[in-house]
Design a protein around this ligand. Structure first.
Ligand code: PLP
Length: 382
């Protein structure tokens, strides 16, 4: 039997149209986009096409899109770029306790160098309340960074409400939309988002490419200095081959948005329902109502997630516990712990993340195998 892949929040398989676009650029449009001769103009069109695809997806001006090596870079760029650009001498940044390490660890590193950082708490449903974020505002607050949807639970955060309130107060607002961008309709203008990070490999594009949307270039300084590419905001020769693949992935996403998300949701809901029915004490982690359609974080009593992940791997089902980055770590997930879950519940939690290449037939098979495996491991433990 071929593998059943339920780890789309970690990465996704490149679409055929993406591989074709990358190969076409490698063969025909490999010129340096910054050069002055005519073949470079064609290569440059790839970047313009990708910017247009981003602008269609998040309703922004295409000129406000910078391509990066991925969301880790985009997130670093916002934090460090805003700190460089501000004229406030003792700046303060607000974030949440459940951010991806690309924000969380970046801010912790800055805090060690003296930055004032506040972490908004989340409820047991995995959501921050906008009022709890707003309560942390100080006169020296320069930036608020709140992820659009959490990568472990899929829980959506109150982005529109925060955008509205922060805009009124003149505070810059960043959202890490890596997990949400292909599942939720995002309008950066309407939502008053100043910066948005995203990554191609989470939506069937190539690894090593992402973007940062910047509403106003006066609010940020470059993180990487060099040849002055991308308006001097992100130096380095532009990776037009990868960006060609990203454009294809973005265009695919736009054309299939509703149908794909409906299908992914129905598979996720089927798996959730079957597992809750079949396994006593199984419980979903995070809000059931405010969630992207692709993620199910579920705890089973009397098991260790690590053992279940290994057992499922041997049976051809690929899942993870919490985020892919946390795999191999012994401590329970920071996200689930901050939600106030008991350590037993956190240790028994796995993340199933679904995608456009999953089928209902797989879901029937997977729920059977997961149920058998959980019961087998519980038998050993009990
Ligand atoms: N932010 C979130 C929410 C993520 O899920 C990830 C990847 O796991 C990242 C940032 C990092 O993205 P990249 O792999 O493009 O650096």
């Amino acid at each position: 039997m071929s593998k059943i892949y339920y780890d789309h929040a970690a990465t996704t398989k490149q679409l055929k149209v993406v591989t074709e676009a990358v190969n076409d650029a490698i063969e025909n449009n490999w010129y340096n986009v910054s050069s002055g001769y005519t073949p470079s103009f064609e290569s440059r069109k790839i970047v313009t096409r990708a910017q247009k695809a981003v602008s269609d997806l998040i309703s922004c001006n295409p000129n406000n899109v910078l391509f990066t090596s991925g969301a880790t870079e985009s997130n670093n760029m916002v934090i460090k770029g805003v700190l460089e650009a501000t004229d406030i001498t003792n700046p303060h940044i607000i974030t949440t306790e459940i951010e991806h390490p690309a924000i969380y660890e970046t801010l912790k590193a800055e805090a060690q160098k003296g930055l004032e950082v506040s972490f908004a708490k989340v409820g047991s449903d995995g959501r921050v309340k906008a009022e709890d974020v707003l309560r942390l505002i100080k006169p020296n607050t320069v930036l608020v960074s709140v992820m659009f949807a959490n990568n472990e639970t899929g829980v959506l955060q109150p982005i529109e409400e925060l955008g509205y309130e922060l805009h009124k107060r003149g505070i810059l607002f960043h959202t890490d939309a890596v997990q949400a961008i292909s599942h939720e309709r995002i309008d950066v203008e309407k939502m008053n988002i100043d910066f948005l990070s995203a990554s191609a490999h989470k939506m069937h594009g190539p690894k090593g490419v992402g973007f940062l949307y910047v509403k106003d270039f006066k609010t940020i300084k470059p993180l990487i200095h060099g040849g002055g590419q991308q308006g001097n905001f992100r130096s380095g020769t532009i990776n037009n081959e990868a960006i060609a693949g990203y454009a294809a992935a973005l265009e695919y996403c736009l054309a299939n948005f509703d149908a794909d998300n409906e299908r992914v949701r129905s598979i996720r809901d089927f798996v959730q329902e079957r597992l809750l029915e079949a396994i006593d004490g199984a419980v979903v982690n995070g809000s059931l109502d405010n969630r992207i359609p692709s993620i199910l974080n579920i705890s089973f009593p009397y098991i260790e997630a690590e053992s279940l992940i290994m057992t499922l791997d041997m049976k051809g089902i690929l899942v993870s516990g919490g985020s892919a980055c946390a795999t191999g770590k012994k401590e329970p997930s920071r996200v689930l712990t901050k939600m106030g879950l008991s350590s037993d519940r956190s240790r028994g939690a796995i993340r199933l993340s679904f995608g456009i290449d999953n089928t209902m037939e797989e879901a029937v098979e997977a729920t059977k195998v997961i149920t058998e495996s959980v019961k087998y491991l519980q038998g050993i433990r009990l």
